[in-house]
Design a protein around this ligand. Structure first.
Ligand SMILES: NC(=O)c1ccc[n+]([C@@H]2O[C@H](COP(=O)([O-])OP(=O)(O)OC[C@H]3O[C@@H](n4cnc5c(N)ncnc54)[C@H](O)[C@@H]3O)[C@@H](O)[C@H]2O)c1
Length: 362
């Protein structure tokens, strides 16, 4: 099997889908690795390290896509990459197709076997390849929000931890999953007042037990969301309905009632976002203001910490990549139900129900 590793081209992206260590492992299992030159540079890995691990360095992305049986990426292919995909090729990466109808069309037309990181399942039904990036995005959301609250950046001038004698900032986290729980952890660490809302009582119970009353847990319903959002200095959107478009849980009217200079970080933007006023931003221009509220909605937040994110991502993908190498794609999919759940497109069809529904294919 020839594994191709293109350099990521999304704005501000710094991750790479394979470390030299994973490369060495794949080569030792009999795979060939072709990696685009400087693909690992922004995550701190040199071409020389990949060469030493057994990879061949390709001068262009075109050469990588043309030769590879399996393309291993981080982010979904962008329009500049659409023409490089080949029929019959396997693509293993984040696809987020519910928010990407154009890409879905291309994958179907080219009959690409699209295995999506975010829908690969562990035996307990969790999403092991989404988890590390969600943890990173959750942790980052608080440091980003704290920074954007600064007066000189147009923020309301609230210090999340406050000081003795002043009211700390109020952080409201909607969604208590991987990203939400890690946002809560950082917000508590910074000394903020923290409220977290979810539909899943088990998630709320776990946080309540962990923080022993230090965090307010609330059932997610329109009344609770409306009240908490109005009082939030920093609102974190962290909801997910697996593979589906994110539900809008915060309406425009709720945003209008927030204090001027408050900040929204909508982590769920890669699934369309959970705030009515949100639209995707990029690392080049990460924020915009609407109704006086600062909106941050970068779909690839983990790229801010490329080294940690690359390590976190590849330690999670390694068991699946090595399985694909050892068994071949078809046998690996036949034998590993959780990996098979990752298949979103195959033979010109959308094969994942929630994605098909979100895109109107079913
Ligand atoms: N922007 C980025 O850079 C970035 C990075 C990583 C992950 N993400 C995205 O963050 C989102 C969250 O991922 P996660 O791993 O934390 O998901 P998760 O499944 O671990 O958690 C999602 C939580 O949302 C809850 N939920 C669903 N509907 C809700 C509602 N109406 N109200 C309140 N809670 C609700 C679920 O019960 C669950 O606890 C996903 O869209 C993921 O793709 C974005």
């Amino acid at each position: 099997m020839l594994i191709g590793v293109p350099k990521e081209i999304k704005i501000g992206e710094t991750r790479v889908s394979m470390t030299p260590s994973l490369c060495r492992r794949c080569v030792s299992l009999g795979a060939k690795v072709l990696i685009e030159k400087t693909a690992g540079q922004s995550a701190g890995f040199t071409d020389a390290e990949y060469r030493a691990a057994g990879a061949t360095i390709a001068p262009t992305a075109k050469k990588v896509w043309a030769a590879a049986d399996l393309i291993l990426k981080v982010k979904e292919p962008l329009p500049a990459e659409y023409s490089l995909m080949r029929a019959g090729q396997t693509l293993f990466t984040y696809l987020h197709l519910a928010a990407g109808p154009e890409l879905a069309k291309v994958l179907l037309k080219k009959r690409v076997l699209g295995i999506s990181y975010e829908t690969v399942e562990a035996a307990d039904g969790s999403f092991p390849l989404l988890k590390p990036m969600s943890q990173i995005a959750g942790r980052l959301s608080i440091q980003i929000g704290a920074y954007r609250l600064q007066s000189q950046l147009g923020g309301s001038g609230v210090l999340l931890g406050g000081i003795p004698g002043t009211m700390p900032g109020h952080v409201v986290v909607i969604g208590a999953g991987n990203s939400g729980a890690h946002a809560v952890q950082m917000a508590v660490g910074m000394g903020a007042r923290v409220t977290v809302l979810d539909l899943d009582t088990r998630k709320l119970e776990a946080l309540d037990a962990e923080y022993r009353g230090r965090v307010v847990t609330l059932m997610s319903n329109p009344a609770n969301i409306e009240a908490e959002v109005a009082d939030a200095d920093l609102l974190i959107g962290a909801v997910l309905i697996p593979a589906a478009k994110a539900p809008i849980v915060v309406s425009r009217a709720m945003v209008q009632r927030m204090r001027p200079g408050s900040v929204i970080v909508d982590i769920a933007i890669d699934q369309g976002g959970c705030v009515e006023t949100i639209r995707p931003t990029s690392h080049e221009k990460p924020t915009y203001q609407e109704h006086g509220v600062i909106h941050y909605a970068v779909p690839n937040m983990p790229a801010l910490v490329g080294r940690t994110s690359t390590m976190g991502l590849t330690q999670a993908t390694e068991p699946f990549v090595t399985l694909l190498v050892q068994k071949g794609v078809e046998r690996a999919l036949a034998e590993h139900k959780g990996l098979a759940k990752g298949v979103n497109t195959r033979d010109g069809k959308i094969t994942y129900d929630a994605v098909a529904k979100a895109l109107g294919y079913s």
